[in-house]
Design a protein around this ligand. Structure first.
Ligand code: ATP
Ligand code: MG
Length: 274
């Protein structure tokens, strides 16, 4: 199964003086089992793109669909979206009830809901015994984010979309979210992550889409995107340390830069060679 966007344009307030084109002519596809990063400056259309992929924003023109056609009734039945601001996702009095809300709406029986909620909370690093009875708004910023992600995991849908999942988190909590995302992709979910955190992009994604002013600037491997120092500078994003070092060596025309790059990429423990 894949999410496919074809020539998607989204305009807010069309026809009014406040009209804004958030996306223009975007085409891309996300397969199950892959983990895709979406990066770009503020206001470039990243959140709007996730909302289109989740079936929550309707393209003004073009189409967002699940392929093969008929695999699910509606796009939104295949996708869970964890919002940029987790507070906007909570509306129950306890973490347990909040995470259980989606499964309850799916019509699951009480014991099955309990299992889903406990598993989702445990995967998000918030054991139900400790956090289930807490009020969502009483959680710390990192716990809120993880509770919001648990709410999406509990839906158990084939695609998981995360909007800035590591914003404001310390490195160890970000690493926990990275593990969670990697496991989800390994289990066959398709994951799309919007983020400014390029170390996170390097650690978990293999495919990166770069947005600028609502259009796709590049769509290719994460290694290619992170090696493009000029593009990252244009976006105002810092490359991860390994790529920054490679870029410096290349600029200095260091005779060993290719060999050092290979050693660094092996040390990084992933298949993406700069
Ligand atoms: N509900 C809305 N009504 C009107 N304009 C909107 C709305 N939502 C977004 N926009 C505009 O659409 C454009 C894209 O916004 P979007 O939130 O998708 O960007 P973003 O890349 O997620 O930004 P950020 O990095 O700040 O989260 C911006 O110009 C924004 O002002
Ligand atoms: Mg956004």
């Amino acid at each position: 199964m894949r999410i496919a966007l074809r020539d998607v344009t989204v305009q807010y307030d069309p026809g009014l003086p406040s009209a804004t084109t958030a996306l223009s002519g975007v085409g891309l596809a996300v397969e199950q089992g892959e983990c895709v990063a979406v990066i770009g400056p503020t206001g470039s259309g990243k959140t709007t793109l996730l909302e289109v992929m989740a079936g929550l924003a309707k393209p003004t023109s073009g189409a967002a669909t699940i392929e093969p056609a008929g695999a699910v009734r509606r796009l939104r039945d295949a996708v869970g979206l964890a919002y940029q601001f987790p507070e906007s996702q909570f509306f129950e009095e306890t973490v347990f009830a909040d995470v259980g809300f989606g499964p309850a709406r799916q019509g699951l029986a009480e014991p099955e809901i309990r299992i889903r909620v406990e598993e989702a909370l445990s995967r998000a690093g918030l054991p139900a015994g400790e956090f289930g009875g807490r009020a969502p708004l009483s959680l710390s910023a990192g716990e809120k984010r993880r509770a919001a992600i648990a709410g999406i995991l509990a839906l158990s849908r084939p695609f998981l979309l995360l909007d800035e999942p590591t914003a404001g988190l310390d490195p160890s909590t970000a690493e926990r979210i990275a593990d969670l995302v990697r496991n989800d992709a390994r289990e066959g979910r398709g994951v799309v992550v919007v983020t400014h955190d390029l170390e996170f992009v390097e650690a978990v994604t293999s495919h990166t889409v770069v947005l600028g002013d609502g259009a796709v600037l590049t769509d290719g491997t994460t290694a290619d995107a992170l090696s493009d120092a000029a593009l990252l500078e244009q976006l105002g994003l810092e490359p991860p340390p390994r790529y920054a070092l490679m870029d410096r060596l290349r600029r200095l025309r260091h005779p060993e830069s290719d060999r050092i790059g290979l050693v660094l990429s092996r040390a990084g423990g992933d298949p993406q060679e700069p």
